[in-house]
Write a protein that binds this ligand. Structure first.
Ligand SMILES: Nc1ncnc2c1ncn2[C@@H]1O[C@H](COP(=O)(O)OP(=O)(O)O)[C@@H](O)[C@H]1O
Ligand SMILES: [Mg+2]
Length: 250
């Protein structure tokens, strides 16, 4: 088991945003977390990626307790998240955005000494990653001027530069055209097939989630109400009820 979450809780004032969640993400799984608005998906995501600290519960990765670790420390052991568009350095070229991520993995963010050989090896690695996500022809474009779908591909490239074992994505398909959603869905599938990664996807687009995922965890009011393969989750009565006034058919 790659990632194990046990009894995880986080409250905001009197609100139990995540309430005693236990689940696990298997190696090489595409595991989605769905649920109506306010279910606690993003809070769970933030707990697992180290952006928020839990009030209770444990998280472990490959047997190691990682509860309360910072995002940087998590990245160091192979847990990456895709960044929202706002985290892209919009004024820098695409290739430089990936190079920055490679430098941070190599612990070079504070280094003043940069040899030409190191710079070349970073450039080669960045171009390899961009080729893999299909952005080769856009290497020198200002990142902020990329179309929406390509910016998400760049998000994934920046995450991949950290050489992760597992990558977590909060609403990777949000606000995208149908064509862009297909592009990103294909990339997610290839992350597993070609890179051997486990992928955790928090997503509103339930239709796409049903197609992509091996396993789905459904949350409501901070709790897990159902978990299993897509076919089982789709037929689950508690899930149907949770989405009665929601967008399950979306
Ligand atoms: N920083 C915060 N402060 C106060 N309440 C929050 C905060 N973040 C989330 N919440 C509340 O926690 C609940 C779960 O939110 P969230 O995890 O964003 O749900 P989801 O991503 O499933 O829509 C919601 O009721 C939300 O209003
Ligand atoms: Mg959310």
């Amino acid at each position: 088991m790659t990632l194990q979450i046990n009894g995880l809780s986080r409250r905001f004032g009197g609100l139990k945003a995540v309430n005693d969640v236990t689940t696990s993400i298997a190696d090489r799984a595409i595991h989605s977390i769905i649920g109506p608005n306010g279910a606690g998906k993003t809070t769970l995501f933030n707990l697992v990626t180290g952006a928020l600290a839990p009030d209770a519960g444990r998280i472990s990765f490959q047997g190691q307790d990682i509860t309360g670790w910072t995002p940087e420390r998590l990245a160091g052991i192979g847990i990456a998240r895709t960044f929202q568009r706002t985290s892209i350095f919009k004024d820098l070229p695409v290739v430089e955005n990936v190079a920055l991520s490679i430098r941070s993995r190599r612990g070079m963010n504070r280094s003043l000494m940069r040899s030409a050989a190191t710079e070349r090896s970073i450039d080669v690695e960045a171009r390899d990653i961009l080729a893999w996500v299909g952005l080769s022809s856009k290497e020198h474009i200002r990142a902020g001027s990329l179309a929406h779908g390509f910016q998400r591909a760049l998000d994934i490239a920046i995450g991949l530069a950290l050489k992760p074992k597992i990558i977590l994505m909060d609403e990777p398909l949000a606000g995208m055209s149908r064509g862009d959603r297909e592009t990103v869905a294909t990339l997610i599938t290839r992350l597993r097939e070609e890179m051997g990664l486990a992928i955790v996807v928090v997503e509103h687009d339930v239709g796409m989630v049903m197609r992509l995922s091996d396993r789905i965890t459904v949350m409501q009011h901070g709790k897990v109400i159902a978990e299993g393969p897509p076919a089982a989750v789709r037929e689950d009565e508690a899930v149907k009820n949770a989405y009665l006034h929601g967008n399950f058919a979306a």
